[in-house]
Design a protein around this ligand. Structure first.
Ligand SMILES: Cc1cc2nc3c(=O)[nH]c(=O)nc-3n(C[C@H](O)[C@H](O)[C@H](O)COP(=O)(O)OP(=O)(O)OC[C@H]3O[C@@H](n4cnc5c(N)ncnc54)[C@H](O)[C@@H]3O)c2cc1C
Length: 153
């Protein structure tokens, strides 16, 4: 049974993770992303603690582990470029390198999430929500591109 329609602004890690679970719950979800296409690049994201449980429940733990950054260590340089500290055991921000935590690049994680969603999830690039009007039994959304949608929620 279809549960309704959901509009999500932004197809980053948060928007895609939300769309993943709403898709599983039977919602028809539309992601509106202002970038003209999927943006590669960006920093790494740590999956640790309860986030590991969430990724496991998504059924994506093995795939996420295979995509991890495989950081080998960390070194600190002074203003002249001389190494002042080095460690191959841990990083200052992410803890021990031999832990079960997963460090994964933002774009790899986004692609993993996109690949795990059904065709019911619609991704609209090069657009953003301009206005949402409450119409009692639903909302009417208008978009920067001029596109209009009536959503029954
Ligand atoms: C230098 C740096 C280092 C980091 N290191 C780590 C780390 O070590 N570990 C960690 O866990 N996290 C780290 N992060 C944070 C991590 O990258 C973010 O937490 C994560 O990307 C946030 O995801 P998000 O989906 O909330 O936001 P974003 O990834 O920014 O996604 C938001 C999306 O919404 C779109 N958008 C914005 N406004 C609109 C609009 N009006 N209409 C339509 N679309 C819109 C944007 O184009 C974008 O695609 C780091 C971040 C930076 C910058």
């Amino acid at each position: 049974m279809m549960n309704g329609n959901v509009l999500i602004s932004g197809a980053g890690v948060t928007g895609l993770a939300l769309a993943f679970w709403l898709d599983r719950a039977g919602f028809a979800t539309t992601l509106i992303e202002q970038a003209p296409a999927f943006r590669r690049g960006g920093q790494a994201v740590d999956i640790r603690g309860v986030a590991l449980n969430v990724v496991e429940k998504m059924g994506l733990l093995d795939e996420a582990r295979a995509l991890r950054t495989r950081l080998k260590g960390m070194s600190m340089l002074d203003a002249n470029g001389n190494e002042t500290q080095r460690t191959e055991e841990r990083t200052f921000s992410a803890g021990r390198l031999d832990s079960d935590d997963i460090e994964i690049f933002r774009d790899d994680l986004c692609e993993l999430l996109m690949g795990a969603m059904s065709e019911r999830v619609e991704l609209v690039y090069n657009n953003s929500i301009r206005a949402i009007e409450d119409q009692g039994d639903g909302v009417a959304a208008t978009f920067a591109s001029g596109m209009n949608r009536n959503l029954i929620c």
